[in-house]
Ligand binder design. Structure first.
Ligand code: PMP
Ligand code: GLN
Length: 388
């Protein structure tokens, strides 16, 4: 047998490295740092949810479920969306259960982006968007947010200037990771004006839909019929029920879009594990489980902010998500990745540089902390953060 040792392949993603979340979590672990970097809770989910999954397993629900997701879960999602956003989605034809939001994003993009199509991405952006567009042979068109007086907002004029006949898709994300910003009714009005009379589709990443604060209501694209008719709306049970490791979410889209989504989904993952779907469907029968979430996380946000306020970090506003961005310019002149590495290795608190959410070098001296943690974890991290 002739052995050829040259197995190198031409990379489809030459600009991509291991994601910042995996990198910072590994660094946190090797330095025994408190991990406020990667976004996940450090507390248990409700044991009732686990009980429902366990019962489903014991009842023998361990074989393939329908490709689109178990009917009771799709029905529970339809009822939630109708109650919260006054939108009607047909559980059979317009709702698909996915292996987390990441798969839903990838599958939506693969389903509708053709080679050479342009896709508008608002930066800072969740790190899976751009590589996924590139895998679909689409062209990411980047639109930086405005960042003024420590506040991020969408630069709609800039975005409008990027729209042309090749624009196939615009990705939006509210509440927004990493900035914690939420879109306003005015933003949706502008977006509707921009896409009216075009064939542009939308992906609305709403994984933090149940983490909005100060009495605001989450504004879902589902509530705007003119936009919903051209949108894939994506959410994540991992975020909502404190089970990020279960990798389960869903996508809402009108019938024609869902049909195309499912053509890809069936060969991407085919379907999602049965007992988790049944367990979640059962758990969703009590809406307080998601309705209580804003208060739950607002308490954590307020606790973390109150204590961090006496540090040298400048806190950016947070109206949604479980992320707090801070400006460290009073502490250091280093780049964001250098500062985040130093904070992890020397101070013992892992964080995420906001520059990781941009394709081109962008340095605003900002890092992101995740406050989805037990009070004792936040206290231990704060004790260290107050020393810098
Ligand atoms: N979108 C955003 C904005 C996220 O922050 C995340 C990560 N939690 C995801 C999508 C992916 O969610 P999931 O873990 O369900 O794939
Ligand atoms: N969404 C999470 C974050 O922003 C991380 C997800 C991941 O690790 N891929 O921290």
């Amino acid at each position: 047998m002739i052995i050829n040792n040259d197995y190198s392949i031409e990379s489809k993603l030459p600009k991509v490295k291991t994601t910042i979340f995996a990198t910072m979590s590994a660094l946190a672990q090797s330095h025994q740092a408190i991990n406020l970097g990667q976004g996940f809770p450090d507390f248990h989910c409700d044991s009732a949810l686990i009980e429902h999954v366990y019962q489903a397993m014991h009842a023998g629900h361990n074989q393939y479920p329908p490709m689109t997701g178990v009917p009771v879960l799709r029905q529970a999602i339809a009822e939630k969306v109708s109650g919260l956003y006054h939108a009607t989605y047909d559980a059979d034809a317009e709702i698909t259960v996915t292996a987390g939001a990441t798969q839903a994003i990838m599958t939506s993009i693969l389903a509708c982006v053709h080679p050479g199509d342009e896709v508008i991405v608002i930066e800072p952006a969740y790190d899976s968007y751009i590589p996924t567009i590139e895998l679909a042979c689409g062209i990411p068109v980047l639109v930086g947010m405005k960042f003024k007086n420590a506040q991020f907002s969408i630069d709609w004029d800039l975005l409008a200037s990027k729209i042309n006949a090749k624009t196939r898709l615009i990705l939006i994300n509210s509440p927004h990771n990493p900035t914690g910003m939420t879109l306003t009714p005015k933003d949706f009005e502008i977006l509707a004006n921009l896409v009216r009379n075009t064939k542009i589709l939308l992906i609305s990443d709403e994984v933090y839909e149940h983490m909005v604060f100060d009495g605001q209501l989450h504004l879902s694209i589902a509530s705007y019929p003119e936009l919903a008719c051209r949108s894939f709306i994506i959410s994540s049970f991992g975020k909502t029920y404190h089970v990020t490791g279960w990798k389960i979410g869903y996508v809402l889209a009108p019938k024609a879009l869902t049909a195309e989504f499912r053509k890809v989904h069936q060969f991407n993952v085919f379907t999602v594990n049965t007992p988790m779907q049944l367990g979640i469907a059962n758990y969703m029968q009590d809406p307080s489980h998601h309705l209580n979430l804003p208060d739950f996380y607002q308490q954590k946000r307020d606790y973390f902010r109150r204590k961090l306020a006496s540090s040298r970090f400048e806190l950016l506003p947070v109206s949604g998500t479980y992320f707090q961005c801070v400006d460290y310019s009073a502490i250091s002149d280093e780049t964001e990745i250098q500062f985040a590495t130093w904070l992890t290795q020397e101070i013992g608190v892992a964080t995420i540089p906001v520059s990781a959410f941009y394709r081109e070098q962008t340095q605003n001296k900002l890092v992101r902390f995740c406050f989805a943690k037990q009070e004792k974890t936040l206290d231990a991290a704060l004790e260290r953060l107050l020393t810098v």
